[in-house]
Design a protein around this ligand. Structure first.
Ligand SMILES: O=C(O)CCC(=O)C(=O)O
Ligand SMILES: [Fe+2]
Length: 344
């Protein structure tokens, strides 16, 4: 795909519209060894990272222009391609977070910066430091293909995080602040990123979850980490029913795809977003889980161009095997028939 940018001059006094089209085309492929300018200090409705990524696609004639000229050019493109509604939403969300962060007093400041030794259990840290598939295998179980369960959090960390969340909820209630819940089905969840934990949770993702996902080749999809924090409860099991692509999302479950997982505080479950799953009702007590969605925009983009999902969709794989079985049977029959004919 290529993006075009056109600059048009505005109409002149005679009512004649002069159109000077500067049709600079972006490159199809980025110049990977080009070192883009830093846009960190840029006050804009687009992320500075977006500018530095886009710079690699600029036409060669533009690369040596001033930073200001490049910003102007890239902003024109971004404005053209990102819908107004989306930009307003992003701006509103930024203001919402700012309002929380400048008014909410954290209870445990130590949660807001990474302190791996206090957060994670030693076995998990050891596996992360070794960073091999073997070291990850040694700390986890895979109760059904693609679902990984391992001990992750220190009990003291779980306690601290739960009391911080209770503190948010108290603040929300006292100040009558209207907060956004994680999704429309979730009345009791709090979005930790909105309360200032984004930086530390991004670290969790980059330094702890991604290496594991890579080890098990689930990094090309959307991965969920679900860790139970406590407290005491019955019910609330996490159930799994096989990985599916969009087309097969309602197809039958095979017996080996059924898993009902019972949460244990401190223990983590890592699974693909495409793994059909759900949570049963908590029948008594109080259950608190930390859920981290690691989304991959590359995976989402690639999915648009793929037709065959048999590398990960259980039903596509079953259909492919069935086709192979039928074709082998047909070939055998054909051979038998030929032999029969020549023998007669
Ligand atoms: O624990 C829950 O309530 C939701 C779990 C879930 O949807 C997940 O792990 O992806
Ligand atoms: Fe989920």
């Amino acid at each position: 795909m290529s993006l075009d940018a056109h600059k048009k001059s505005s109409g002149n006094g005679n009512g004649v519209v002069m159109s000077t089209q500067v049709a600079h085309r972006l490159r199809l492929n980025p110049i990977t060894d080009h070192k883009p300018d830093s846009y960190e200090d840029l006050q804009s409705d687009f992320s500075p990272l977006l500018f530095s990524s886009l710079e690699r696609y600029l036409p060669p004639s533009m690369l040596n222009m001033s930073r200001e000229a490049k910003i102007q050019f890239m902003r024109d493109i971004l404005v053209r391609y990102s819908p107004e509604g989306e930009r307003t939403r992003i701006q509103k969300h930024r203001e919402y977070r700012q309002k929380i962060i400048s008014n909410y007093q954290p209870l445990h400041r130590e949660l807001y910066t990474m302190n791996a030794v206090n957060f994670f259990v030693p076995s998990f840290l050891k596996a992360i430091n070794e960073n091999t598939e073997e070291s990850f295998r040694s700390i986890l179980v895979e109760p059904t293909p693609g679902v990984y369960v391992f001990e992750m959090l220190q009990p003291s960390f779980c306690e601290m995080l739960m009391s911080e969340v209770e503190n948010f909820e108290r603040w929300v209630h006292e100040t009558k602040f209207r907060i956004m819940r994680p999704n429309t089905m979730n009345k009791y969840g709090a979005v930790l990123d909105d309360f200032g934990l984004e930086t530390v949770l991004d670290k969790w993702m980059d330094e702890y979850i991604r290496p594991m996902s890579k080890g098990f080749h689930v990094d090309d999809s959307e991965v969920t980490l679900n860790v139970c924090l406590g407290k005491q409860f019955y019910g609330g099991e996490l159930f799994f029913r096989g990985v599916r692509c969009d087309k097969h999302v309602n197809s039958e479950t095979q017996p080996e795809e059924i898993l009902d997982y019972v949460h244990v505080p401190g223990r983590a479950v890592l699974h693909r977003g495409r793994h059909r799953h759900g949570a049963r009702a908590t029948t008594s007590g109080h259950r608190c889980n930390l859920i981290l969605w690691c989304r991959s925009s590359v995976f989402r983009e690639l999915k648009k161009y793929q037709k065959d999902f048999s590398s990960w969709c259980g039903e596509c794989r079953r259909e492919r095997r069935e086709r192979q079985r039928l074709s082998i049977t047909a070939t055998k029959l054909e051979l038998l028939k030929r032999n029969g004919i020549s023998a007669s």
